[in-house]
Design a protein around this ligand. Structure first.
Ligand code: NAD
Length: 341
């Protein structure tokens, strides 16, 4: 089978993850990498053997010969590059969230439709082993008719204060709430109809990051399911894992509970620290990349090569962004808000 020529826009932390799996995938060939900061792109190109480096997306599109592009720019900067690439006829893997404004969601969807390009958004929790098992059990009818859910997906403060340079331009709702909301929608098999949310600020602002600390959201789905979703960026830095992930889904015949962060597979102790090393999300085994963060990106290449439907549709990802906008509006107004699709 012919290799797919791929390019990457955004040579940061997560651009590295894309480059890692493309290097190993037998059907992928990375032909170019682009970053406004050319030195960052050069560093990744050197590490992963990528032949061409660009600082402008337009030049990459004109010269690299790519057929598909990964958009791995900060949360609020996906649309510009995505629309340019779609207009150039390139298929797209866009990091989550699809976009952070109604206008940007619309622009991307319209450009994809007009140019008939295929788009997947990297809502990778669908590849997480416990959640994939839950989905199978639900599909097999083991829980009966689904009724309620609960999802906590928090990060330690360090992600907002140190890891991301642009956290003040985003929020925990975009950064992780997009995963928890997508997962609930996927497990329930339904879009969010109405939301009622509250939020709090102050802890991150004091640390110099002007964004919301926590969103607590009540979600009503179109099929009648209801859920509580908690997304906070202020978990203590000493939490043994960067994320805190808890999920419960309840049906009239059964329940599934998931604790994906405090797993008991491995704990590491020293005289001063306790850590729970990541062996599920993005790890390596004998030098090869493993974990569900790589699986979602691998799946994009597989599905593109085999001309099969992506596991996350553009419509699903657009619905997630629009539901998040409704949550933000609800938290601001102190009232329930219907999601406008
Ligand atoms: N799937 C996941 O769970 C997961 C995990 C981490 C990050 N992400 C997502 O990946 C995206 C990038 O995050 P990151 O941590 O790698 O950020 P980062 O800040 O480390 O890297 C982003 C890079 O994009 C570059 N950039 C910005 N605008 C550009 C443009 N117009 N053209 C070219 N380059 C541009 C910046 O210079 C920077 O180097 C975000 O949307 C984030 O939410 C997803």
């Amino acid at each position: 089978m012919k290799k797919i020529k791929l390019a990457i826009v955004g040579a940061g932390v997560w651009g590295r993850t894309h480059a890692g799996i493309f290097r190993e995938h037998p059907l992928a060939e990375t032909v170019g990498i682009c970053d406004l900061d050319k030195k960052r792109a050069e560093a990744l190109a050197g590490e992963f053997g990528i032949p061409a480096v660009y600082s402008r997306v337009e030049d990459m599109l004109a010269e690299s010969g790519c057929e598909a592009v990964s958009i791995v720019t900060p949360d609020h900067l996906h649309a510009e590059a995505a629309v340019l690439c779609a207009n150039a006829g390139k298929h797209l893997l866009i990091e989550k969230p699809l976009a952070t404004t109604r206008d940007d969601v619309k622009r991307i969807v319209e450009a994809a439709e007009k140019n008939k390009v295929r788009v997947m958004v990297d809502l990778h929790n669908r590849w997480s082993p416990p959640f994939a098992s839950a989905k199978e059990a639900i599909q097999a009818g083991e829980l009966g008719k689904l009724r309620n859910g609960y999802f906590r997906l928090n990060d330690i403060k360090w992600v907002a204060t140190d890891m991301l340079k642009w956290s003040a331009a985003s929020s925990i709702l975009w950064f992780l709430g997009s995963h928890s909301l997508d997962t609930l929608s996927w497990l329930f098999g339904s879009r969010v109809r109405r939301v009622y949310a509250v939020s709090s600020r102050g802890v991150l602002a004091k640390l110099g990051v002007n964004t919301t600390d926590t969103y607590l959201s009540t979600l009503e789905f179109e099929n009648g399911c209801i859920a509580q979703m908690e997304n906070s960026w202020i978990d203590p830095n000493a939490n043994p894992n960067i994320n805190d992930i808890k999920c419960t889904v309840l049906g009239d015949k059964g329940m599934i509970s998931i604790d994906a962060s405090h797993h008991n597979l491995i704990q590491k102790y020293t005289d001063t620290t306790v850590t729970v090393p990541d062996v599920l999300v993005r790890n390596t085994v004998h030098g090869r990349v493993k974990g569900f963060a790589y699986e979602s990106i691998r799946s994009f290449v597989d599905k593109l090569a085999m001309d099969e439907e992506f596991i996350v549709s553009l419509e699903d990802a657009a619905s997630v962004s629009l539901a998040i906008l409704a949550i933000m509006e609800s938290a601001e107004k102190g009232q329930p808000v219907d999601v406008r699709y």
